[in-house]
Design a protein around this ligand. Structure first.
Ligand code: KIV
Ligand code: ZN
Length: 537
């Protein structure tokens, strides 16, 4: 394709995609890789239970394909992919593998219980990756493409092949590898911009070139996978769709290694809002976007940037007088998306001190929580305590409170009592009682500040070699009586866990968060997950 060509709309002729033409619009499949590319980014590790929770939400939200993990990477990854494969109802569950047969077979094993499963196998095709990373000559890479796809086809008819570092691959060689993958039986061809180097025009031309030149291209779905190193991941992905790609790989909140991946919420809403320019449809229930964003931010302890498109705290805030005036006259003056369409409910006052169990349960249901009797009772008790301390209770308070109580209910180590002495010219000290199983352990410790004193007391009562990697505090709502939400990340022998705690008292929330992380570490120790393999993403 000639350089400098402007974007145009090209329709796909894929016979494979029976979901296309929904609502008279070409269907773009959403392939979510939050649990694989997202989770493998440093510091974003999730526990087994958290991965299952995220997968369930993605499934409910209408994601077409969930990349659940990289089964050969660790026993923990294998178990998570396997459990997700058992649980997911509608989406295709996908596992990643390199080109080696051991990798592919491990992915195939993990995915066995899935109703619909896909193996995603990849190999690098760029000169720099082939020479330095793989130390393989191009003919050997070509052979590996065919052999890996054929091997994966022994496990499932739904095989996806990726040319890692495709955007820095020599075009003729890329065409030959794509052709080899199609011949061997791949139904989806993914073209990663692995290092986030491409520009939208260039990526458009790359997808268009492959669709025009490669024999058999009309029989497969082309897919985009764009990293955000230059802040172009979403623009590049949409350019790929305009050139005929019908699958977009993306993550919630755009998490992923380095600068991350294309953000699911931005892709989906751009397609929805700008149908005039991008006449496509996705199957995403956009009203669930805010909930998904919060869940992923919570379990990874990766805060969402305030001004982040669609899901940032300020995405629908209008501060200046002129804007507020316009908004009062007509919301369309400054709003191109209604907050409700992405599940942002505003800051409505929800419940008060006198609200009963029934109203509380209804509120939880409207926020998407269905709790068993015991968990409901616990959460209700905590809600009443909170209502005694805090005048106005908002949706965000309820969410923090329930997440926190559900999170910590089963923990074998619990904070039983805590007293702090701190202030100006006082040596900070904490008196703490932990409940470890049925045993109460009490002790006191000093520190460089009250939080340090609490953490020292925890270490004294329950000695462990883990290092503190992150201590993060945020306010759940506005005001000085707001609940504090604290995240603590611990690292031990290459295993990372993130604990959370919420309370109107920041110090109590800090103790909860540390002890929650410690409990998660105990679970990880039991599973004795070996260190993860490093994969280039
Ligand atoms: O960025 C990348 O190239 C990847 C592949 C493994 C698909 O994540
Ligand atoms: Zn990637």
């Amino acid at each position: 394709m000639a350089n400098g060509r402007t974007f145009g709309i090209m329709t796909t002729n894929s016979n494979h995609d029976n979901q296309q033409q929904a609502d008279g619009l070409d269907r773009v499949r959403i392939f979510d890789t939050t649990l694989r590319d997202g989770e493998q980014s440093p510091g974003a590790a999730m526990t087994h239970e958290e991965k299952i929770e995220v997968a369930a939400l993605l499934d409910e939200m209408g994601v077409d394909i969930i990349e659940a993990g990289f089964p050969i990477a660790s026993n923990g990854d294998f178990d998570a992919v396997n459990a997700i494969a058992k649980q997911v109802k509608s989406a295709v569950v996908c596992g990643l593998s390199r080109a080696g047969f051991k990798d592919i077979d491990r992915a195939g094993e993990a995915l066995k219980p899935a109703k619909r499963r896909r193996i995603h196998t990849f190999i690098s095709t760029s000169p720099v990756h082939m020479k330095h990373k793989l130390q393989m000559e191009p003919p050997a890479v070509l052979e590996a493409v065919a052999a890996s796809v054929a091997r994966a086809r022994n496990w499932t008819d739904d095989v996806q092949w990726s040319a890692e570092d495709a955007t820095r691959t020599e075009p003729d060689f890329l065409c030959r590898t794509v052709e080899a993958a199609i011949r061997a039986g791949a139904g989806t061809i993914n073209i990663p911009d692995t290092v986030g180097y491409a520009t939208p025009q260039e990526y458009f031309e790359l997808i268009a070139m492959l669709k025009n030149r490669v024999p058999g291209a009309d029989r497969v779905v082309f897919s985009t996978h764009c990293h955000n190193d230059l802040g172009l991941a979403v623009a590049n992905s949409l350019a790929g769709v305009l050139a005929g790609a019908r699958q977009v790989e993306c993550t919630i909140n755009g998490i992923g290694e380095r600068a991350g991946n294309a953000a699911l919420e931005e892709i989906v809403m751009a397609i929805r809002v700008r149908k005039d320019r991008m006449p496509f449809a996705t199957g995403i229930k956009t009203e669930m976007i805010a909930r998904a964003s919060k869940l992923v931010s919570n379990v990874t302890a990766f805060p969402v940037q305030y001004n982040k498109a669609i899901v940032g705290k300020n995405a629908f805030a209008h501060e200046s007088g002129i804007h507020q005036d316009g908004m009062l006259k007509n919301a369309q003056t400054y709003e191109i998306i209604s907050p409700a369409s992405v599940g942002v409910t505003g800051t409505a006052l929800v419940l008060g001190k006198l609200s009963g169990r029934h109203a509380f349960r209804d509120k939880l249901a409207s926020l998407g929580y269905v709790l068993g009797d015991n968990a409901l009772e616990d959460a209700f008790r905590r809600f009443k305590d909170l209502a005694d301390k805090k005048k106005h209770i908002f949706d965000a308070d309820i969410i923090a409170l329930v997440d926190d109580s559900v999170l910590r209910r089963q923990d074998p180590i619990q904070v039983h009592a805590l007293k702090i002495n701190a202030g100006k010219d006082v040596i900070p000290a904490a008196e703490l009682t932990l409940k470890v199983g049925a045993e109460l352990r009490s002790g006191a410790a000093q520190g460089d500040g009250p939080v340090d004193a609490i953490f020292n007391a925890i270490r004294q009562l329950y000695p462990h070699p883990a290092h503190l990697q992150l201590f993060q505090v945020s306010a759940v709502t506005e005001g000085t009586d707001a609940q504090a939400k604290v995240s603590v990340r611990l690292e031990e022998d290459g295993r990372t866990v993130t604990g959370h705690g919420a309370d109107t008292d920041t110090l109590v929330a800090s103790a909860y968060a540390y002890v929650n992380a410690l409990n998660k570490l105990l679970v990880k120790r039991k599973k004795s997950v070996p260190e993860k393999l490093t994969v280039a993403r």
